[in-house]
Structures are given as C-alpha cells and as structure tokens.
Design a protein around this ligand. Structure first.
Ligand code: PDD
Length: 281
C-alpha cells in the first residue's frame, strides 16, 4: 500500500494529496507547523505540541482546527508506518484564496496536513563524540516564538553549517546566543544549566522544557538568562535540544573545542529516552 497522509479531514494516498496553488502557506509562508517525535507508538509530548500549535494559530488569527481528528490521524498513520521511531509533521495554513495580502473572508477553511515519516536514530558514536557547530548572525524576524513555516533564514544557516562540515548553526543576536536553526541550546557551568529565557527571539522548545524538568528531577537548576558567545565557548558543556535532535552534545563551536562532551548531556538524553519509553541501547 502506498504511503498515506492526512489532508483536510481525510486520509488519502500521498500521490492523491493535492494542495491548491493559491494556498497561503505556499504563497506567503502563512502557516504554522509542529514536529512530534514518536517512540514506538508513543506520540511524545503530544499535548504540549498541540498547545504551542494552538497558541501560534491564535496569535495569527486562524480559526481553530479539530485537534482530536489530528490525533486520530497521527495514531492511524503511525500504526501504518510501523517503524520503531517516526516523526509526525503537522502543517496548518490560513487556507487558499486568489493571491491577496489581506486575510481571506471569514469561513475560508484552513489547510490541514499531517504526515508520518520514519526516523533513524542518531548513532551512539555520534552522541558519544558530540557534534560541531558554527555561529551565524540571527537575521530572523522578531516573532520566532511562533512556529511558522517561514524558515528561510534557518534553511540558509543550516546549509552554511553543512558546507563547513558542521551539524548545526547557532544564531547570535547582539552578541548573545539565541538558539540553533532547529533546536534550543544549553550550556553547563559548574554543574548548573543555563539557557536563553523564553522571549519572542526564541522558539519555546518542548524538548527544552522537558529537559529543564528532567534536570530539576536530578537536582539540577536551570538558569533562564541570556549568555554571550564567549561564555558558551568557556562552558563545561554545551548541548542542543529538539524534537529531532533530542539532547545532542556539542564538541566544537567554530572550531573552538568545548571543555567536555557529556557527562550531563548524556545523562539528560538517557532521562529523555526513559521518559519517552524508548528501549535503552
Ligand atoms: N524544530 N528552535 C527552532 C528554531 C526549532 O525549529 C525547533 C524545532 C526547536 C526545538 O523545539 P522542540 O523541542 O519543540 O522541537 C528550537 C523542528 C523539530 C523542525 O523544524 O524540524
């Protein structure tokens, strides 16, 4: 059976899933999205993702969508995929209308898309050795807390990282670290975690929130305070958090080695896997 996706209330073969050329997600990036990590059949932190999706839609003035139908579709398609790990991608746009900047008339249906794709976990060696990252200027708009599909700065920064042999790019605004192209960032200094506070300049990551909770359960405080690139370079550990990135330690920033890869990031990753019900390696 060919892969099926959920589009506008129905599960259809992907080859038959069409979106209008007038869709505002396509024309204006007028759409929000979510990515959910699925461990076995467990849709990890589903409710938190739905809260963030709803908040973004409210901020942009979208009509509500049927979250129950989304969950049923996700469960059905996860079962069909049948892979040990997968990701759910959800995208909601303001709908389709002949191109005009003004919002479409009230009652224009949103375009609601959901698909499930297999996920290949990172190799234990990669997590053990850590990844290299580069820093780039944070030239995104000032409402990045809304998870819109307008990701061109993220795409360009990630590609720049790749072309320099790095795994991720870290955004820097006015000398302060904000986040990565698709992950949040933590530093560890003297056994304390620190990450940028939630403002309009970062995406309030679900994994970031879960990691703060997991750390607290280990007796570790997280300071929510901005930090400079220099501070990051001289930290004991630096790591990324994200739905697809999980907890990924950083080995070098712009070629500058970080003092340690683990052990805290490795402990937090194990705790995350434990919380998600993922079998140990
Ligand atoms: N990205 N910051 C940005 C800019 C992101 O795009 C993401 C997630 C995160 C981490 O958030 P969370 O822990 O909720 O996944 C932080 C998704 C995975 C993506 O675009 O593929």
């Amino acid at each position: 059976m060919s892969v099926r996706v959920f589009l506008n209330g129905q599960i259809v073969p992907q080859a038959e899933a069409y979106i209008s050329i007038d869709d505002r997600g396509f024309l204006f990036a007028d759409a929000v999205y979510e990515v959910i990590h699925v461990y076995g059949s467990h849709l990890f932190a589903w409710d938190l993702h739905m809260i963030r999706l709803t908040e973004g839609m409210q901020e942009l003035g979208y009509a509500p969508v049927d979250l129950g139908a989304l969950k049923t579709a996700a469960e059905t398609l996860v079962a069909e995929a049948g892979t040990p790990e997968s990701s759910v991608y959800i995208q909601v746009s303001r709908g389709a209308q002949p191109r005009a900047h003004l919002f479409p008339p009230a009652g224009t249906p949103a375009t609601v898309l959901l698909w499930v794709r297999p996920l290949t976990p990172f190799s234990p060696q990669l997590v053990q050795q850590g990844v290299d990252v580069i820093t780039v200027a944070d030239d995104r708009w000032t409402k990045v807390w809304i998870k819109t599909v307008g990701l061109l700065p993220n795409v360009l920064a990630k590609q720049a990282a790749h072309e320099r042999g790095a795994f991720e790019a870290i955004f820097v605004r006015d000398g302060m670290v904000t986040e990565a192209t698709s992950a949040n960032l933590f530093i560890v200094r003297q056994g304390r975690l620190q990450t940028a506070p939630v403002t309009n300049y970062i995406l309030p990551g679900i994994t970031r929130q879960v990691v703060i909770e997991l750390a607290a359960a280990m007796g570790l405080d997280t300071e929510l305070r901005p930090f400079a690139v220099e501070t990051m370079l001289h930290s004991d550990e630096v790591f990324l958090t994200g739905t697809l990135t999980e907890v990924m330690p950083i080995r070098r920033v712009d070629g500058h080695p970080i003092a340690g890869v683990g052990p805290l990031s490795h402990r937090l990753l194990a705790a995350l896997h434990d919380r998600a019900g993922r079998p140990a390696e």
